[in-house]
Design a binder for this molecule. Sequence first.
Ligand code: NAD
Ligand code: DAU
Length: 353
Amino acid sequence: MIFVTGGAGFIGSNFVLEWLARTDEPIANLDKLTYAGNLQSLASAANDPRHVFVKGDIGDAELVGRLLATYRPRAVINFAAESHVDRSIHGPEEFIQTNIVGTFRLLEALRDYYRPLPDAEKSAFRFLHVSTDEVYGSLERGDAPFREDNPYQPNSPYSATKAASDHLVRAYHHTYGLPVLTTNCSNNYGPYHFPEKLIPLCIHNALAGKPLPIYGDGEQIRDWLYVQDHCSAIRRVLEAGQIGECYNIGGWNELTNLTVVNTVCSILDDLKPRDDGLSYASQLTFVEDRLGHDRRYAIDATKLSADLGWRPSETFDTGIRKTIQWNLDNLDWVKNVTSGAYQHWVDKQYGTS
Ligand code: NAD
Ligand code: DAU
């Protein structure tokens, strides 16, 4: 079987559901169920005997060791992390604990598990660490997109902790021979995306008649990838990636935040027009910029496409339509994840709920 961590979060839950739909191989799923983890995202797998869910922390080496000994996975994929940049600016502590200390403890448990494996299991085993393009820092317009050999220049507490975890993963390969793979992906969007992030936040606020907050001038650029394309890239790297290598994953979809939000508004205008006939774009509101806001991210995914033959299936136009339709069809999911603790975050970040 394979073993994932953070499989109740946005990308992890998409990965688990797709895994179950595409293969018969069982999957164990360890997730702490923080505010970002949601078993409702895995509801369709709740009665599937191939999916074993365990609530717990990647930093609990004793628990992780026990699970590895019990399930003897051929691969471990680490999605677990604190993932929201704004939260890392308000409070970096959780990011240090999960992204750095948690990854370290997970690596220690993996080292203990891997060392005594029989040769055949040892040579088949892989640890895939899911990371981000933000470790490379920020680009200006006209700069070449990030390649795997770009220097690490993380700018936020979030990206600094992800960079630290990438370095630990690299070191465990170099020093202890752990068979690792690292992926560095650009911005994802799609089903089960928590509405603290730009795209689901704007869909949610648009429908609720609330402001669509644009940080600074809205000209920051991100490189958007549909989440299921991220999952297909991870499966491909797991299957054929070279041990010890890093692979950039991106969608060749560089867009300014203003373009993204305006696109969301015009699709919503088509699918669910406002009662007063105005465009949802009338809800756009410029707000104070994010501290240390990175201007541009862009991924050069040539290595992944040339060496492993991966290409994304969705363009931004097709992916964003699916995403908006998914949100309209799953208003209960959105309602449930935006109750409770989410409201405290909205008050803190935007000064209003
Ligand atoms: P998310 O915040 O939606 O989900 C994270 C999941 O990890 C949650 O289910 C949470 O409960 C769980 N978790 C948190 N701390 C844990 C701990 N200590 N032990 C066990 N589980 C824990 O994040 P996401 O957007 O799905 O991102 C998943 C991974 O992909 C992260 O490592 C992130 O850095 C990386 N990534 C995300 C994006 C993106 O655009 N969302 C892009 C590139 C890379
Ligand atoms: O690049 C990959 C990264 O993408 C991942 O590693 C992170 O886990 C993921 O959260 C995402 O980080 P970003 O900071 O780019 O995503 P976010 O959705 O928070 O913001 C996207 C852009 O939109 C960014 O320039 C900030 C801006 N923004 C965001 C919010 C929440 C706004 O203008 N207004 C908002 O309210």
